[in-house]
Design a protein around this ligand. Sequence first.
Ligand code: NAD
Length: 470
Amino acid sequence: MSQPTGTMEEDARALLDSQRRAFLRDGPPDIRRRKAALARLRAAALTHRATVAEAISVDFGHRSRHETDLMEVFGVIQSIDYLSRNLARFMKPERRHVGLFYRVGRAYVEYQPKGVVGVMAPWNYPFSLSLIPLATALAAGNRVMLKPSELTPRTSEAMQHMLAGIFTPDEVSIVLGGPEVGAAFSALPFDHLLFTGSTDVGRKVMTAAGGNLVPLTLELGGKSPVVVARGYAGERTLDSIVFGKLANSGQTCVAPDYALVHEDDLAAFVEGYGRAVARAYPAGPASDDYTSIVSDRHFARLQGLLDDARGRGAQVTAVGARPESAATRPRTLAPALVLGAGDDAAVMREEIFGPILPVRPYRTLDDVIDYVNGRPRPLALYYFGEEDADCARLLRLTASGNVGINNTMIHVAQDDLPFGGIGPSGMGAYHGPEGFRTMSHARGVFVQGRWNLPRLLRPPFGRLVERALA
Ligand code: NAD
């Protein structure tokens, strides 16, 4: 943050006031300026790519540069390109229907920038979950204050350096700090706030934003199920589940949290999972693309989930041993399958957010539907099988933020699809046209034509009412 003068709250408030004054002074940027801002962001993301990947790896303990490039940088570039390409269409006023009694008149919607948008980001994809909301807010013509997570301090510094090189503090600023700063940040009277993080903190953020009636987008977490149809526990299914579960060591909001597998396929699934892990990570958890757990607290939390499951009689199988390199590479947790965990086990109640996959057998599709509907609505639902009547039924009778069929996580990379949760997994969406609209105010405009009959809408009302309701 530039030129701190008072307490964090006072500085952040001063920054917000300054961004708002600049917004009111300059008015909404035209398409040329918006595209130029996006182009600067794109170029900087590529220039700083190696520095950011290094910072993330240090923050996590280990994460390969390739994983960061694929899972973060590529997504940022794709999103910026999508926004730039579609900006003219998004910004174009939309003509709307005018009722018979109001003709001749014109009605249209114009999408105005809201003003100053707050973005609160988590640590798990610290670069893309900061920059994609930032790019969306800029495309919609806003100014942005960004609050990244305290768990990835080096990445935050790298982003701060990068953004300070291409934006003035009145355009984009970063506010650094932990939960206290987060609490103060979420209580600022933004024109919109986009929060990505846990459901628990999301609740607090919603309360704080509510104090100022700040419109809010909540991108939260939860337990995303993967459903494997009978006879579908083959190589392609397992490769995709392993990709979704073990990318970033499972520290992904849309990772498959647990698997529902037909009881006849349970053995094939377990064996196939081990082989799929070996294909993806030939050196086991010592493979370069296998990421560390972000902090000691999260490492202990995940070991606690496994201990709790064991203590309740579940069978925990490590897939690939804890590597030799664990001594030099901190917090490496081998992939684990958990079989026989009951509903009381923490691993079936809490979002896992790590490389642990509980597997639950089912007998009928109704069992699956009941199980999913008996739990909070998830961020993602995955189905492996034919696009047949069962698949249609599962989709019709359950709700989730998004759906992936015969793939995990790839729906998030579809820039034209909205991305968001439902119920405790989130509220509102970004990506796609929805992202632009989330960050814009849809302002309805009615223009009275010269030749219609406005006199009808003046007293005495009797004749008009008789005609209108005839
Ligand atoms: P978190 O909720 O702990 O932190 C998110 C942000 O909130 C951070 O910037 C943090 O500093 C801030 N914060 C912490 N305590 C706060 C408080 N009391 N008041 C205000 N702000 C506070 O989440 P996390 O651990 O960083 O991220 C993991 C969670 O995020 C998981 O639940 C995951 O599913 C979810 N997530 C969701 C998405 C999505 O797009 N839906 C993406 C990634 C992660």
